[in-house]
Design a protein around this ligand. Structure first.
Ligand code: SAH
Length: 346
């Protein structure tokens, strides 16, 4: 196994079978070895800097019905909310004062926010904070919508591909959602000129080692600037309520493999990882990640944006979230930095 990890470090790529055997058969000491090389690789590009992205969860209305997600349209137990433009601008203002230079607008796929409204939001934020990056994470749209947001000033777009296997995709989503369309979206976003983030859940229902290997091959092919992964965590009001959640160990292992496969990638240590283990986010950084995404949403709505159960940080003010993360990063010898934190990818 260590030979395979060395090979991945050297060549930044393995065959599908090699990835599968690493994912299936690694020992704890193989994982430690992988993390040491992943950290070494990350150090070459980013040192011990950890970038922060302020996450604004601006709507929990969603027209989709993904089987894993707590804010799916069929979940009648969710109290739905939308932030107004003023709410969102004041989140940014607060975030800016706290040193955030990237704002991530994330939400369900909510038709209330027409392209016109999204463009207006993006251009208002960019006009007020020209030194900041604006990231959108609002799901699948058509090319012309993505282009309009980009022209309004959006810099980045996060759209997890969820799985690179169309059969697996069909087991996670209802039949009105199409794998091919999701993948097309990612290529459209790249072509338009966005810095793009894809990603997937680790340990999602029916996922196999083969699926995870295909995720790595897909990432290698797409060459995104960012890859967001976290453990699947079951949510009690979804069809997957009884399914097992993903593990921290496997999520960390995948973080390490992604760092070695795509060395300059921006790799968040996610809230979901912090949810399944109290030190999950610290361990993510020590497995090769270099981004954290504290929540900037108003505390009044935090408990309504529950994609999965037991989500952390739902009661803290933005400043507390930022301080907490800063302390956590310092405790492992890392620094949270104030900058847009663009990818070092050329
Ligand atoms: N609606 C947007 C963004 C919001 S969902 C979109 O479709 O892109 C953001 C991510 O949360 C999803 O891509 C999914 O990978 C993750 N997620 C959803 N439900 C989850 C769960 N139960 N456990 C862990 N992650 C989940």
């Amino acid at each position: 196994m260590k030979d395979l990890i060395d090979k991945l470090f050297r060549e930044k790529q393995l065959s599908r079978d090699e990835y599968i055997s690493l994912i299936k058969d690694h020992s704890e000491s193989d994982a430690e070895y992988l993390f040491s090389l992943a950290v070494k690789r990350r150090m070459e590009y980013y040192g011990k800097d950890v970038y922060v992205r302020g996450l604004i969860e601006f709507t929990n209305y969603c027209k989709n019905d993904c089987y894993y997600c707590g804010i799916r349209r069929s979940n009648r137990s969710v109290e739905r909310y939308r932030l107004t433009k003023d709410d969102i601008m004041s989140c940014c203002e607060q975030g800016y004062e706290l040193g955030f230079r990237t704002f991530v607008l994330q939400g369900g796929e909510d038709p209330y926010y027409t392209d016109y409204k999204i463009c207006d939001l993006v251009s208002s934020i960019k006009n007020k904070y020209p030194d900041c990056a604006v990231t959108l994470s609002i799901g699948e749209k058509e090319h012309e919508s993505y282009k309009a947001y980009f022209d309004a000033g959006a810099d980045r777009y996060l759209l997890r591909h969820e799985t690179a296997d169309s059969g697996h995709y069909a087991r996670l989503h209802p039949s009105e959602m199409f794998f091919d369309h999701r993948i097309k979206c990612l290529y459209d976003l790249k072509e338009i000129g966005y810095q793009v983030g894809c990603g997937f859940m680790v340990g999602s229902p029916y996922q196999t080692a083969e699926n995870l290997a295909d995720d790595l091959l897909f990432i290698k092919e797409l060459q995104p600037q960012m890859v967001g992964i976290g453990p699947f965590i079951s949510q009690h009001d979804t069809p997957f309520a009884q399914m097992n959640s993903g593990t921290m160990e496997q999520t960390l292992f995948m973080l390490g493999l992604i760092r070695l496969t795509l060395p300059p990638v921006l790799l968040p240590s996610t809230t979901a990882l912090g949810t399944i283990h109290p030190l999950g986010r610290e361990k993510g950084i020590l497995a090769g990640a270099n981004v954290v995404m504290p929540n900037l949403s108003p505390v009044s709505v935090r408990k309504k944006y529950l994609l999965y159960d037991n989500k952390i940080c739902t009661g803290d003010e933005a400043a507390e979230c930022k301080n907490c993360l800063q302390m956590r990063m310092r405790s492992i010898g890392y620094d949270v930095v104030v900058s847009r934190g663009d990818s070092k990818q050329t």
